[in-house]
Design a protein. Sequence first.
Length: 363
Amino acid sequence: MHVLVTGGAGYIGSHAVLLLLEAGHKVSVFDNLSNSSPESLRRVRDMSNSAPELFIGDLLDSDRLDSVLSQTKPDAVIHFGGLKAVGESVEKPISYYQNNVVGTLNLVSAMEKAGVKRLVFSSSATVYAESTQLPLVEDAQRAASNPYGRTKLHIEQILEDLAVSDSSWSIATLRYFNPVGAHPSGNIGEDPQGIPNNLMPFIAQVAVGRRSEVQVFGNDYPTYDGTGVRDYIHVMDLAQGHLDALDFLNTHTGQYVWNLGTGSGTSVLDVIGAFSRACGRQLPYKLVERRPGDIAEYYGDPTTARLELGWKAERGVEEMARDMWEWQSKNPAGYPDYDLDGISEEEINEFIRGSRATIAKQD
Ligand SMILES: NC(=O)c1ccc[n+]([C@@H]2O[C@H](COP(=O)([O-])OP(=O)(O)OC[C@H]3O[C@@H](n4cnc5c(N)ncnc54)[C@H](O)[C@@H]3O)[C@@H](O)[C@H]2O)c1
Ligand SMILES: O=c1ccn([C@@H]2O[C@H](COP(=O)(O)OP(=O)(O)O[C@H]3O[C@H](CO)[C@@H](O)[C@H](O)[C@H]3O)[C@@H](O)[C@H]2O)c(=O)[nH]1
């Protein structure tokens, strides 16, 4: 198949692009590189021995989307592109609604014009209303509590309406729980800008010496050790779920929703413990106040994905920590910073393909 991957240079997208190429698919990436580097795709090419083609473009530029879709005519689109920081979404709701909701509307409009009607969308467990009924099942009540979550909820509803309006669409909405870890080679991984918001990347930066200690946000939650409990999922398992969803969509029309999680929850203290074992030293931590807006505990029921897709998370928290440590210790400062000003898309693609040794690098 030929698959167009929006946001394919980013954290989860780059892992999915690698698996797609390894499975023999042709891959085009559409990304504005606002939160990613072409270095991830260069490394994906190194590992898979085949290069994705990068189209630098913004989901808000509908002309560009139309022309890339009509030029590439992919069999399917996997849509990772968008903004994802909860705190930032509270400060910049317009930007979040534009990039995520308007960006997705532009994408599906361009797909429709190009006659491409197979879509896998990155949703999030954040769309679930707070519930005491755990694990969360796909038809649990939805109610997002911040602008980021609301963008995902609105997009889910838009895609539902689209599938009802035209039965030739095949749409998979994948609700991710907490993606962590990296490819086991440590060549690609998560490279957050600034201070990481999420637990595992923060711990990884403590482990590598970039930060002094982990802050544990509250230890008086009604959970097994008082700290927050989440359903962490290895990014390689998550990426595989996209390939399985694509396979399913090849033979099914309509709109489907699947939880991608492990089905069990792990506490903050247990994640710190697993990472300490992975890096070989007890990582320092301090108990601080709860983070506003956090809930005590949630984890998903992945049974539907197992029954309908044959998908199941294979890796546990020890492997998530081990692979995250492999990435962080090999790349303590993340990917190198490239100044892409004045560098053409073709030059960046030459760099990804390996026919150009480097692109302008900032000191
Ligand atoms: N990482 C998580 O914890 C998590 C959890 C649930 C859902 N998701 C969703 O999964 C998807 C991928 O997440 P990720 O962690 O890989 O994030 P990421 O930021 O690493 O990747 C997103 C990619 O989209 C690109 N992008 C952003 N806005 C764009 C625009 N307007 N036009 C073109 N490209 C644009 C970025 O440059 C980046 O490469 C996102 O939609 C996110 O909301 C992530
Ligand atoms: O420095 C930190 C960071 C987090 N936590 C705790 O660790 C747990 C996990 O937090 P985090 O990694 O920030 O994940 P979530 O708050 O569960 O949110 C993530 O997972 C959701 C479900 O996929 C996504 O919707 C969100 O965008 C994404 O940020 C929570 O109990 C936090 O209170 C700490 O104790 N210290």
